[in-house]
Write a protein that binds this ligand. Sequence first.
Ligand code: COD
Length: 289
Amino acid sequence: MGRAKVAVAAAADLEVLEAIKLAESEGLITPVLIGDEDVIKQLASKIELNLEKTNLIHEPDPIQAAHKAVDAVVDGQADFLMKGLINSSDFLRAVLRSERGLRTGRLLSHLAAFQVPGYTRLLFVTDGGMNIAPDLGQKKEILENSLLYLKGIGMDLVNVIVLAANEMVNSKMPATIDAKALEDMNRKGEFTNAVVEGPLALDGAVSAVALKHKGISSQINGNVDLFLVPSIEVGNVLGKSLVYFGGATMAGIILGAQVPIVLTSRNDTPRSKLMALTMAALSRRGELS
Ligand code: COD
């Protein structure tokens, strides 16, 4: 695949630099580091990250660093973008700026991947990172973004559960109405490479035993690949629960922009950030295939 050039916004952070070091040594990336030069150099020497050949852009203000990182992508100096030590909303506003931003006309959305001990497949969750309270049309676009990405990395058929608190459509629970509508859209052929079922609660999505007990028939039968969640809070809490209670490793990227964008949480481990860089790098392979 070749190394991708990654512009890192507000790079003065130990875990971010550790992930960069790992990704560089795996041959995945070459970084362009934007942030406080002195702090970056100090942290780099602590972890023995060699910066001799690294393009370092001094910008101590995190928001300005995000803008300069977006500039680097727009000007062709970087292939994709990574969030460092900066608030997610501030970072995303730089991505969405109307002049020289990274919009494409599509909805941008977040896709997270989890390796969960005891669950035999990789589990994906969307959107727990960008769209706050998507309506039905936006949920459709969020699902399309994820399916496009997953097809690009080689998943020919994706088992999608549109998550809700139960299996019955209930007019007082809008998430159940949207879930049914998305299932119907798939039946009419509006999505490719997917089985889409909903509304369904989490237990039936991951356990054939739970389905049997509840008397629900499901083609997915407890083998969910992708959860489409009703709101950012559900996705965020689900993801953090998997990590903090379930010992999962998480990776997350933004889809739908001109380039893949690595959006990790400030508390993610270096390995988690490395996996997110890998997700972004794989997305380039998807574009090429
Ligand atoms: N895709 C494409 N365009 C968008 C999107 C999107 N997902 N969101 C907004 N836009 C466009 C709008 O159409 C508009 O033209 C412009 O951007 C501004 O839209 P607003 O007013 O809704 O923008 P903001 O700045 O108020 O909000 C956008 C954010 C992405 C900053 C906001 O949605 C946000 O804070 N999301 C949550 C991020 C977060 O905290 N994640 C936490 C987990 S890491």
